[in-house]
Write a protein that binds this ligand. Structure first.
Ligand SMILES: [Zn+2]
Ligand SMILES: [Zn+2]
Length: 243
């Protein structure tokens, strides 16, 4: 056993990594640590077919190509996908990740993204992964951007470069959960800006924790496309209306 392995083992003993759903230390199964407890697996539901061809939200039948939202509104982004459907277990997990400094969840979240959406990422073949940015004042008060943590892990697993400097949030926005659809769009108007470097990309994948109406992905996609990016795709951890 080399020193790095011993050190990692010691860290695991002192600070055991937790299941992001229940927050308890991870269990072992067949000598391997499992990321999400077997009992917690029942509390999360993965997005499955049939799903909206645009946003990736579950739809009721195979005949339905788009969800109600996407059949009514044009989106600025090209296509999106998500890992989990909304549930209170996922909501609580993301809440701890965002507000209770559970940064280590990003590791499992990114693995789940690769498992559930890896085929989409491969098909989209983006030049860069860009996390949905937070405003600098929020970054100062919270200490980290949750989307950036997931993006970094996703970049590590997929081998796609992560760019967390080219897209900026230049406007402080009201919390989206208190707003309706049109208010969300208004709230995000001119919220994002790019620096000149972005035109070097033709296809970009943006990453966020939650997708509700798509207003955030749209606002990011618009800023990126105005700067010359051709295609913008999005992946979120969870999709749903309950946030
Ligand atoms: Zn658990
Ligand atoms: Zn849709």
């Amino acid at each position: 056993m080399d020193y790095i392995k011993i050190l990692n083992y010691a860290i695991d003993v002192i600070l055991p990594p937790a299941c992001p759903v229940c927050g308890q230390p991870k269990h072992y199964y067949n000598g391997r640590r499992i990321d999400i407890c077997r009992s917690c697996q029942d509390d999360v539901s993965y997005v499955k077919e049939p799903m909206c061809l645009k946003c990736g939200k579950p739809v009721k039948s195979d005949e339905q190509e788009f969800c109600t939202d996407c059949s009514r509104h044009e989106h600025s982004y090209d296509q999106a996908a998500a890992v989990y459907e909304y549930s209170s277990a996922v909501k609580n997990s993301i809440y701890r990740f965002k507000y209770h400094n559970k940064r280590e969840y990003a590791d499992v979240y990114a693995k789940e993204m690769m498992k559930a959406c890896g085929h989409m990422i491969k098909m989209w073949n983006p030049d860069a992964i860009i996390p949905v940015p937070v405003h600098s004042s929020r970054l100062r008060s919270r200490g980290y951007n949750q989307a950036q943590l997931i993006a970094v892990q996703l970049g590590r697993l997929s081998g796609i470069p992560v760019d967390d400097v080219s897209l900026l949030r230049v406007k402080k926005t009201a919390p989206m959960k208190e707003l309706g659809n049109s208010e969300r769009i208004k709230n995000l108007q001119n919220a994002f800006q790019v620096n000149g470097k972005v035109v070097i990309y033709s296809k970009v994948l943006i990453v966020d924790d939650i997708y509700t109406t798509g207003a955030t992905f749209d606002a990011c996609a618009k800023a990126l496309k105005d700067a010359g990016v051709q295609r913008v795709y999005g992946i979120s951890l969870c999709v749903g209306d309950g946030f």
